[in-house]
Design a protein around this ligand. Sequence first.
Ligand SMILES: [Zn+2]
Ligand SMILES: [Zn+2]
Length: 238
Amino acid sequence: MAAIEEIFPRIYGIPLGYVNAFLLAEEDGLTLIDAGLRGNERKIWKAIAGIDREPDDVRHVLVTHHHADHVGSLAAVKESCGAEAYVHPLDAPIVAGEKPRPAANRGSITGRLFGRLIERLPAYRPSPAAAEHEINDGDELPVGGGVRVIHTPGHTAGHVSFLVEGHGGVIFAGDAVGNMFGRIGKPLLMYTEDMDEAKQSMRKLAELEFDTACFGHGRVLKGEANVAFRRYVENMAR
Ligand SMILES: [Zn+2]
Ligand SMILES: [Zn+2]
């Protein structure tokens, strides 16, 4: 698997095993979206070298949510390049280590059986990282060529998605929507704090205009991605 994949000019995917990070590459600096598992920083630097840029060019890290596979290397990335982190206020205290991570969803059988076990794995215990910026629904961030924040709670309370204009619109949906088995779907119940709210957030995303969707897990969906979202939510049970 390549260290970095061009989605569009200046928009890249960084595959980190089963989770993805993304990169918005502007002349005046790089914006990373999510930061993989603990220990992934070397893969991130390799990806950045692959487009002839330097780790020090990373200025901003936009965080979709507090889960360990999205903020695992946040502390390490911040430490080595001084980038500033952007996190929704409902997830920021968890990312900063001021509040414990909520337990796996007890409504899920897998969560009941394996939740505690998985939470003890070192990769699932990221070093805490403080956020320099609080981000809220509707914010237009002057980074990465312009990024709109969409609050998409449910998977976690402070989960956000990011919408970038151009190329018909590109949504970075984090774990608000899954694309694990070649088709879009709900996030995994085991790791989702409130599934009803998560469904509501999927409906909210489906109303937006975007042609391409990028996911925390699974492949990029190119071409009328929002039509696929709309079709999915229409058939989704309430
Ligand atoms: Zn997640
Ligand atoms: Zn995830």
